[in-house]
Design a protein around this ligand. Structure first.
Ligand SMILES: [Ca+2]
Ligand SMILES: [Ca+2]
Length: 71
């Protein structure tokens, strides 16, 4: 069930990409280190929900490539 819920969250996020597009990777990466940390992601509730699903390598940060799955 958790997986399904996560998938739906990704779909919801992707379908709202018009609004989300304005909130780009660089917007989240406030310290400019090239990755979105959980703290940086915390400004967006939807991103927090799918953070672990997007973090494919499980290092606790979203690279530009990992983040691009929602765009
Ligand atoms: Ca960062
Ligand atoms: Ca990662």
């Amino acid at each position: 069930m958790k997986h399904i819920k996560t998938s739906l969250a990704i779909i919801a996020l992707a379908s709202s990409s018009a609004a989300f597009a304005a909130v780009s990777f660089d917007t989240f990466d406030t310290d400019g280190d090239g990755a979105i940390s959980q703290k940086e992601a915390s400004v967006n509730t939807q991103l927090v929900e799918i953070f672990s699903a997007l973090d494919a390598d499980g290092n606790g940060e979203l690279s530009k490539e990992e983040f691009s799955k929602v765009q």
